[in-house]
Design a protein around this ligand. Structure first.
Ligand code: HEC
Length: 163
């Protein structure tokens, strides 16, 4: 009886483990950040243009906590702030030569503020996604280093609110 009970416990443990694992496949390595629901309808913080070789158009959007903080000039950003950067290949408009328009979507990048959970990385958790799937751990090791080196004085956030 004791043996059977032990087997049952092990099987249940495995089943739980598998469940947690399949959820985790949509979460970024290191940080466990996922693509937030409804981000495509969030308010615009600012657009950006990345030169060659990437040659991309970008748009940074924020949830209501983020937008509120930008408008009030609150730094550091409060817990619950979420920023999402959308990116597309820059292509020439087929209808009007001087205009650039979004081509194929390339990456979706996410920063989530949780000062306790992400205390080791300035309070920010990072996620980079291609076709809805997180990229590998090596890429996620680069996020904080660049944001820390360049914009530590702006709570690790590059993008300013565009007027
Ligand atoms: C080499 C520097 C560099 C690295 C590495 C980097 N970023 Fe950024 N990130 C930027 C710059 C510059 C911007 C400003 C917007 C732009 O130019 O696209 C930015 C903007 C962002 C934004 C919008 C908020 C903000 O800070 O403006 C998010 C979200 C973001 N990055 C996530 C990530 C994630 C996730 C990773 C790692 C997978 C990462 N970044 C790695 C340079 C970097």
């Amino acid at each position: 009886m004791a043996v059977l009970a032990a087997i049952f416990v092990t099987a249940a443990g495995d089943a739980l483990g598998a469940g947690a694992g399949s959820e985790a496949t949509n979460a970024s390595p290191i940080y466990g950040v996922t693509i937030p629901d409804g981000y495509r309808g969030w308010k615009l913080v600012a657009p950006a243009l990345e030169a060659d070789p990437l040659n991309e158009l970008r748009a940074v959007v924020g949830n209501s906590v983020a937008i509120e903080a930008y408008r009030a000039g609150t730094l550091p950003f409060p817990d619950g702030t979420v920023l999402v950067k959308l990116a597309w290949k820059r292509v020439q408009s087929p209808e009007f030569e001087p205009a650039s328009v979004p081509g194929a979507a390339t990456t979706v990048q996410v920063m989530v503020k949780d000062s306790k959970k992400y205390a080791a990385t300035g309070g920010w958790g990072f996620g980079r996604f291609v076709d809805g799937k997180p990229v590998d751990e090596a890429q996620h090791q680069t996020c904080f280093a660049c944001h820390e080196a360049r914009v530590r004085g702006h709570d690790h956030v590059f993008t300013r609110y565009a007027p």
